[in-house]
Ligand binder design. Structure first.
Ligand code: HEC
Ligand code: HEC
Length: 449
């Protein structure tokens, strides 16, 4: 019952549209994101190469965004008084988690574990399309190439269509910032050192309504997330390479070929690495949903309950698509920019090194016993983090996920080394060694709080 049969063909069509870059994407951009953001799709590095003397980092934030930055970094907005957005989305870690925990600890006591790994906020904030699933009009279309996987929306399951809507979730989530009511947060905002500024920006009477104060605070966070250039600095070696200002080493280049090759890693079919038609640098995601069958993670306390399964698109965190069983097990493809700086991988944080994440891709099917648990009779339970009834949703048609047990993995250890070398070129903050006239000025935006 694999549902998105024609994934390959469909994916290629969508990929092309996405690779067309800002122009194509502008049409998908969430409501409320205006022309200013459409422009920010052009990488800072492109501006540098165009000879502009200032990078995007020099543009000051609007008043609303500056307020949003204070809110984003304010731990007093949590029940514990110790957790802000930045605790989990750390600027020094490409707005990903500052540690290797599978899921962070939060709540009023700072000991309540979440259920998912913290994704990076880098690059995706102003480029994530709204959630869509263009469904096949007929069985024939589904079997040919008109059916494409769902795409877009914020969070691993795409359940939020805007950043202001998303920002409410961690504020109230019992295992994150754990506030109880809008009144709770409004009172904290009214006591914050920036309360006077909040009134200046949103009006003297803003604190008269808890709901209005909360709504404006979320709009401010959204403005910050969209305006702050360090969320998408485009200062990696790969960006310099695309601009013709750096050369990849033999190992990096070999890694790129393995990453791109449809008969080998085939990674670029989902983690897009082509430049868009207008020169926009790639984000290494197509924002589509896939079930990869990542193994169950015993580090998650929720998994102590053998009947608990995080099935992504079909729930239980997302609630509006529970009836569509073809959605079970699907999670959104994350960007791979700055991925080598992470210490935790995949939605359930199952892996803690990039090497293991890559080995999983190429050995999932050739050596499943390495990755999955065994049942009472000693049989390997492939795709053990999904209920048996929906395991058929897991992708077994896209390379390198098509092999047979005992077969040859798509990559050997050296191949994996090379792909890691390539993925490291996606880390921001690349400082080319002085090369005379070829010196490139890269903004150190990421290092700024
Ligand atoms: C306790 C850690 C934690 C805190 C605190 C936290 N987040 Fe997150 N954030 C996460 C996790 C985990 C996810 C993935 C959630 C999911 O898939 O359900 C996430 C997802 C997101 C996303 C979606 C990213 C994407 O690519 O779709 C955004 C945006 C975001 N957080 C912004 C914020 C903001 C703004 C705040 C503060 C109001 C915040 N976060 C506080 C852990 C945290
Ligand atoms: C069919 C689409 C698809 C293909 C092909 C694909 N990926 Fe992914 N990738 C995903 C999805 C979806 C996830 C998230 C899955 C999850 O967490 O359950 C992901 C997650 C990852 C992660 C974890 C990133 C993070 O922030 O946690 C890495 C690393 C990664 N992929 C690398 C690769 C490499 C290397 C290849 C090629 C061997 C590859 N991917 C091929 C869709 C794909």
């Amino acid at each position: 019952m694999t549902v998105f049969h024609a994934r390959l063909a469909a994916r290629r069509a969508v990929t092309t549209a996405l690779a067309a870059g800002a122009t194509a994407l502008a049409a998908f951009v969430a409501p409320g994101i205006g022309a200013a953001q459409a422009q920010s799709h052009v990488p800072a590095s492109a501006m540098v190469s165009a000879g502009a003397s200032t990078t995007a980092a020099a543009t000051p934030l609007s008043d609303t965004a500056a307020l949003g930055k204070l809110i984003f970094n304010d731990p007093s907005l949590s029940a514990s008084g110790r957790m802000s957005c930045a605790s989990c989305h750390s600027a020094a870690h490409a707005y990903g988690p500052p540690n290797g925990l599978a899921a962070q600890l939060g709540g009023a006591d700072m000991r309540t574990q979440g259920t998912r790994a913290v994704p990076t906020l880098g690059y995706v904030l102003n480029r994530t399309p709204v959630w869509t699933h263009v469904q096949a009009a007929s069985v024939f279309e589904r079997l040919t190439d008109a059916d494409s996987p769902p795409a877009g929306g914020f969070a691993w399951d795409g359940r939020f269509n805007s950043l202001h809507e998303q920002a409410l979730f961690p504020l109230f989530s019992a295992n994150e910032m754990a506030n109880r009511s809008p009144a709770d947060i409004a009172a904290k905002l009214a006591r914050a050192p920036y309360a006077a500024r909040f009134k200046q920006v949103f009006g003297e009477t803003i604190f008269a309504s808890n709901d209005a104060a909360l709504r404006q605070a979320m709009m401010a966070v959204e403005r910050y997330e969209l305006e702050e250039p360090s969320f998408h600095p485009y200062t990696s070696k790969f960006d310099a390479y695309l601009d013709g200002k750096a050369e990849l080493t033999a190992s990096e280049m070999r890694g790129k070929k393995l990453f791109d090759d449809p008969n080998s890693g085939n990674c670029a079919s989902c983690h897009i690495d082509q430049v868009g038609a207008n020169g926009a640098h790639p984000l290494f995601t197509d924002f589509q949903f896939e079930a990869l069958g990542v193994p169950r993670n015993p580090e998650l306390r929720a998994n102590r309950d053998p009947d608990y399964y995080d099935e992504g698109l079909c729930g239980p965190v997302r609630t509006d698509k529970a009836s569509n069983k073809s959605y079970c097990g699907l999670f959104k493809t994350p960007t791979l920019r700055n991925v080598a700086t992470r210490e935790v991988f995949f939605h359930n944080g199952r892996f803690h090194t990039l090497r293991d994440a890559l080995r999983f891709y190429v050995e999932r099917d050739t050596a499943p016993q390495k990755w999955y648990s065994k049942d009472a009779r000693g049989h390997v339970v492939k795709f053990d983090d999904l209920p048996a009834a929906v395991r058929d949703n897991v992708d077994t048609v896209d390379e390198p996920l098509t092999r047979k047990a005992g077969g040859k993995p798509a990559w050997n250890a050296r191949d994996i080394d090379d792909v890691i070398a390539f993925l490291k070129t996606l880390d921001d903050g690349y400082q080319p060694r002085a090369q005379g006239a070829k010196v490139v000025k890269v903004s150190a935006a990421l290092k700024r709080p």
